[in-house]
Design a binder for this molecule. Structure first.
Ligand SMILES: C[S@@+](CC[C@H](N)C(=O)[O-])C[C@H]1O[C@@H](n2cnc3c(N)ncnc32)[C@H](O)[C@@H]1O
Length: 225
């Protein structure tokens, strides 16, 4: 559904992407060659800027895959602690191996299981906790039909100044137009993602920016009066 011009622009942006280091460049290449899901180069650029501006100390990620984005967070912010969640048996051992192979992996707490169950555990541990123990940056990049649940759990364990970033908000453009097989196959995700965007718009206690960068991002902060 992307126009030729959009593809050319995307390729241009990707070709100018500067990896954080050679290790991440090689990991990106390997993930892309193996068809492992990972953040797009443009998404990484936007995240990189947000991380530089906010310098979070405790990051929560929902959706680890082989660990690329978690390692990016850990490398970019050498003092940060990252908690990342995935339930997919096809991903878990690979992610564990990538974390074990690098010193940054020592700052990554990999929680294996369904995100909602793990989020519920984190909510019980952290909801009454001091701000200094809560997450100050959240990256939601997992089951596309569950963003609202992920968001509502995450906000209970965030600091008041936290940023919550949701990836794939535009679902490869299917959010506005899906045809044939894509329309059928992804109809549930499309329906729930549209509802999630409307939900963000209705909430007057948050500021939510919906961007077309990468595969579409929602960047959310809480309005603290
Ligand atoms: C797009 S990938 C994550 C990519 C990763 N953030 C990166 O950029 O390297 C999404 C991951 O979310 C996981 N996932 C989806 N739904 C989940 C759920 N309900 N609980 C835990 N993990 C989930 C999938 O197994 C998959 O590995």
């Amino acid at each position: 559904m992307l126009e030729v011009r959009d593809v050319a622009l995307k390729e241009f942006v990707d070709s100018h992407h500067k990896s954080f280091d050679d290790d991440l460049a090689a990991l990106r290449r390997a993930n892309e060659e193996e068809g492992v899901p990972l953040i797009l180069a443009e998404t990484e650029e936007i995240l990189s800027l947000l991380l530089s501006l906010t310098s979070p100390e405790r990051i929560l990620e929902i959706g680890t895959a082989h660990g690329y984005s978690a390692l990016f967070f850990a490398k970019k912010l050498p003092a940060a602690h990252i908690t990342t969640i995935d339930r997919n048996p096809g991903m878990i051992d690979f992610a564990k191996a990538e974390f074990a192979a690098r010193k940054e992996g020592e700052r990554i707490d990999f929680r294996v299981g369904d995100a909602m169950e793990i989020l519920d555990e984190l909510v019980s541990t952290l909801s009454g906790a001091d701000e200094s123990q809560k997450f100050d940056f959240v990256f939601i990049d997992a089951a596309k039909s569950h963003y609202r649940e992920f968001f509502e759990a995450a906000e209970k364990i965030c600091t008041k100044d936290a940023l919550i970033v949701c990836d794939n908000i535009l679902l490869k453009g299917w959010i506005v137009e899906a045809e044939g097989k894509a329309a059928k196959r992804h109809r549930t995700s499309i329906k729930y993602m549209k509802q999630f965007i409307e939900y963000l718009r209705r909430r007057d206690d948050i500021e939510a920016s919906i961007l077309t960068g990468g595969d579409g991002l929602a960047i959310i902060r809480f309005i603290n009066e």
